[in-house]
Design a protein around this ligand. Structure first.
Ligand SMILES: Cc1cc2nc3c(=O)[nH]c(=O)nc-3n(C[C@H](O)[C@H](O)[C@H](O)COP(=O)(O)OP(=O)(O)OC[C@H]3O[C@@H](n4cnc5c(N)ncnc54)[C@H](O)[C@@H]3O)c2cc1C
Length: 790
């Protein structure tokens, strides 16, 4: 009897939940009301930020079933003939015009000739269409340029990057009136205008939507006429290019107390373009960001009257500024900082790997020591993956996406890995990395790494709020639909939409739970991989598919149990974001490997970086389960996703040694790792010297090996390391007829380049302060080599 009752109750429940009309009249209205009540309140700016941009591969990773065949059909990034020529000529020439040490130490800015060259050759108009005189380069090309400039001089990269990033040109292109575009875009493309964009205020940094700067709608005089406009007051700081800008992009809040416009009294954040020489604009002083010498400074203005048509997009765009900024940021964030960080990492890896091969201690190249190899492998593995993420994220923009979540992943993880690469490089270089001077190729990068971490969304905030927070709403197949249904003005439609979304969500969660169990039981071997996955890589596709299912399930568990509280549980959401990010980085790495034709010699980088990322992804999910406030839910979910413990192992020592070895081996694989980085043809450049010595190493080692018996027998002196002793030794060896002239030259050149490479600078007791000041005085007006404020 009891069984019959239970069966009847169950049947009734199943009927209510599966028969739509019954469910919608008995269950959905209550759930709908509950959902509306518990949904956290969201401001307009939060909504704009969440809804900005598009979703792409991130949506697949959120789905629990990424479609690998579709993913691998995405075209590979490539440059056009015109773009390649620009890289080979203009970009190279510009790099040759700049010396990072001089810029940062002597001039405190870019050499005027280099900056003028950049302006004249169109570097500031890379994103501007040809019809306005711009270069109309692809996002990938833009990324290649910034990356290469970053391997030479950070100030150069930043000053070129910013006009092509979130700022006047980008905003005009998307939202400007025809008149604004026709006037400003040609001037920006030719470098006649230097733009900057001022959003950040002293009391509104990360929370930029809280800017207090205002523009009051009022009548005022402009060019001798009484016109409708805005009285704007602002106080901004950290504005890149601000001190030399001729065109100030400005974000402020519009208020209309007298009701002069039909937009309400507080329409909100608005963007305008103000000529820097407009009366009342205060500009020109500089900040000093960690000895980086790109121009950066504060700007302010008090009751500065501007006409309405200086608003980007005209009066109808009043109050739309935040949405405009968020949309442009979604695309720009994919390019600037990831590219700059990869450039810095390539510089670090090129210099450090060569140094490891040629620098000897205990009679052994330091790159042969296991401890050094461990750090070197991290550098190589991280760089391969960073570059893969940079390429894929830029490609997304070229495919028309404004990838809000992916750009945040790229920004956070590529800059963080850039920091790790530089830190490892510094550890390996020892004193050579510490003592400043023109012979030190890494110290400035080390010093300036925190800048990339901080700008365009400080990293802690990006990890905690954006990657998962935005992803969970935008990229999740159902959450945004559920949320939108609660704001639907038509109650009936809202209920129907909610019913479809909510119960679709339920089915989705159950399917992921079942799939997670199946994958756990089969060790992930049944998870999906692309039809044409190469054997040794297939397991990584499967691993990401499995992780994607676990991640989707844990996302839903977190949202169902924590609800709106998840927004404040940053340690939970940031770990979920880490897992999502690792899946994206692994996808990018697999695609790069495919795009480059499955180069066997690159396989160690691919294996190392993916195994490292898989390990990090599972640790992130494990961290969620360990710290999840509802212990029962955590234990139950663990049973579904990791019933037999964590499945992935960290890269082995053997694999790490293979990566380190590949980095210290001349050839195509190393060149692919460092592709697109600048290498000077100049013996004053420590990286160039290292490369030259490294290029001779194989021959030198061959000679040393051949002469070993002669040294052992005492016929020849032991081969020395220092340059003067080496010269003597070579003469002695030559006299004994044991080396050909070519070998003599190789030994001698090797010793000379190595000597330059291990050289560390020293200075007079005042560290050249007096001489530098004198040089600056002599080189100042009228033909100043440094950029002077406009
Ligand atoms: C060199 C440089 C160049 C810049 N260029 C420009 C420019 O051209 N134009 C412009 O408008 N701005 C620019 N900025 C400003 C930059 O975007 C801000 O510095 C950045 O947004 C962070 O703001 P903040 O420095 O005031 O830090 P804060 O906002 O004070 O943040 C401090 C810390 O708190 C963390 N944090 C804040 N909120 C949260 C949260 N909810 N959860 C977790 N952690 C959180 C942050 O991650 C950070 O670690 C520049 C800054 C620098 C340093």
């Amino acid at each position: 009897m009891i069984l019959w009752i239970i069966a009847a109750v169950l049947a009734a429940i199943i009927l209510v939940f599966t028969y739509g009309p019954l469910r919608r009249s008995l269950v959905t209205p209550h759930l709908y009301a509950l959902f509306k009540r518990i949904l956290p309140a969201m401001s307009d700016t939060e909504r704009d930020a969440l809804e900005a941009g598009t979703t792409w591969w991130d949506a697949d990773l959120f789905s629990g079933r990424p479609d690998w065949n579709k993913f691998l059909q995405i075209r590979r990034p490539a440059l056009s003939v015109e773009e390649q020529s620009f890289m080979d000529n203009e970009v190279r020439q510009l790099c040759e015009m700049v010396d990072d040490w001089e810029a940062t130490q002597v001039w405190q800015g870019l050499p005027a000739a280099a900056w003028q060259f950049a302006r004249d050759k169109g570097f500031l108009g890379m994103i501007i269409p040809k019809m306005y005189g711009g270069k109309a380069f692809s996002a990938y090309m833009h990324s290649q340029v910034v990356m290469q400039l970053s391997t030479r001089c950070s100030a150069l990269a930043v000053q070129v990057m910013v006009p092509n990033s979130l700022g006047p040109a980008e905003l005009l292109l998307h939202y400007g009136t025809d008149q604004q575009k026709d006037y400003y875009l040609p001037r920006l493309a030719k470098g006649e205008e230097i733009p900057c964009f001022a959003l950040t205020s002293p009391y509104a940094g990360s929370d930029a939507a809280a800017i207090p700067d205002t523009g009051v709608v009022c009548m005022g005089r402009h060019e001798g006429r009484e016109v409708l406009g805005l009285r704007v007051s602002w106080n901004k700081r950290y504005i890149t290019l601000g001190p030399i800008a001729t065109l100030l992009g400005l974000a402020f809040r519009v208020v209309d107390p007298d009701g002069l416009l039909p937009v309400g009294s507080t329409p909100g954040i608005t963007c305008a373009l103000i000529p820097a020489n407009h009366p009342g604009v205060v500009i020109g002083r500089r900040h000093w960001p960690l000895n980086a010498v790109f121009q950066n400074g504060p700007t302010s203005g008090k009751d500065v009257f501007i006409p309405m048509d200086w608003i980007i997009g005209g009066p109808q765009k009043i109050g739309k500024g935040w949405r405009m900024l968020m949309e442009c940021l979604a695309a720009g964030r994919s390019i600037s900082l990831p590219s700059a960080s990869v450039g810095t990492a390539k510089l670090a890896v090129r210099g450090t790997s060569a140094y490891c091969a040629i620098r000897r201690q205990f009679n052994t190249a330091i790159g042969k020591f296991e401890g050094v190899q461990e750090a070197l492998a991290r550098m190589g593995g991280n760089l391969y993956m960073m570059d893969a993420a940079r390429r894929l994220s830029a490609l997304a923009v070229d495919l028309g996406e404004k990838p809000a979540v992916i750009s945040a992943i790229a920004k956070y993880h590529v800059t963080e890995r850039g920091r790790a690469v530089v830190n490892d490089g510094m550890d390996i270089l020892g004193g050579k990395g510490i003592c400043m001077g023109p012979s030190n190729f890494l110290a400035r990068a080390y010093q300036q790494i925190p800048i990339a971490i901080t700008v365009e969304g400080a990293n802690i905030l990006t990890r905690c709020l954006i990657i998962f927070g935005q992803g969970a709403i935008r990229a999740h197949p159902y959450v945004l639909k559920e949320m939108r249904s609660t704001t639907e003005s038509d109650q009936r439609k809202g209920l129907l939409d909610f019913d479809a979304a909510f119960f679709g969500h339920m089915r989705f969660t159950c399917a992921n739970a079942l799939r997670a169990v199946w994958y756990s039981l089969t060790g992930g071997l049944t998870a999906s991989a692309p039809d044409k996955a190469p054997g040794e890589m297939a397991r990584y596709y499967r691993a990401v598919s499995r992780l994607s299912t676990c991640f989707a399930l844990m996302t839903d568990m977190s949202m169902f149990i924590l609800g709106g509280d998840l927004k404040r549980r940053e340690r939970i959401s940031s770990r979920l974001g880490d897992a999502l990010s690792m899946m994206y980085l692994i996808s990018a790495t697999l695609k790069r490997y495919e795009d480059e034709g499955r180069q066997e010699a690159d396989a160690p980088y691919v294996h190392w970086s993916i195994q490292d990322a898989l390990q990090k992804a599972q640790l992130a999910l494990d961290g969620v389960l360990q710290n999840f406030p509802n212990r029962f839910a955590a234990a139950f979910t663990r049973l579904l996703v990791f019933p037999f413990g964590l499945p992935y192992e960290a890269p082995s020592d053997k694999l790490g040694a293979q990566v380190a070895q590949a980095m210290q081996t001349h050839g195509d694989a190393r060149e692919r790792l460092l592709a697109g980085s600048f290498l000077a043809d100049d013996l004053r450049d420590p990286v160039a010297c290292g490369e030259l010595a490294f290029g001779l190493l194989a021959m030198v080692e061959g000679i040393e090996h051949r002469l070993k018996p002669a040294v052992k027998s005492g016929k020849l002196q032991p081969i020395p390391q220092s340059l003067p002793e080496m010269e003597r030794w070579i003469t002695d060896a030559a006299a004994q007829g044991v080396m050909t002239p070519e070998e003599r030259r190789a030994m001698s050149d090797f010793a000379r380049y190595t000597d330059l490479s291990v050289h560390v600078d020293d200075f007079p007791p005042d560290l050249n302060a007096a001489a530098d000041a004198d040089q600056r005085r002599r080189m100042s007006a009228p033909a100043s080599p440094v950029i002077t404020p406009a």
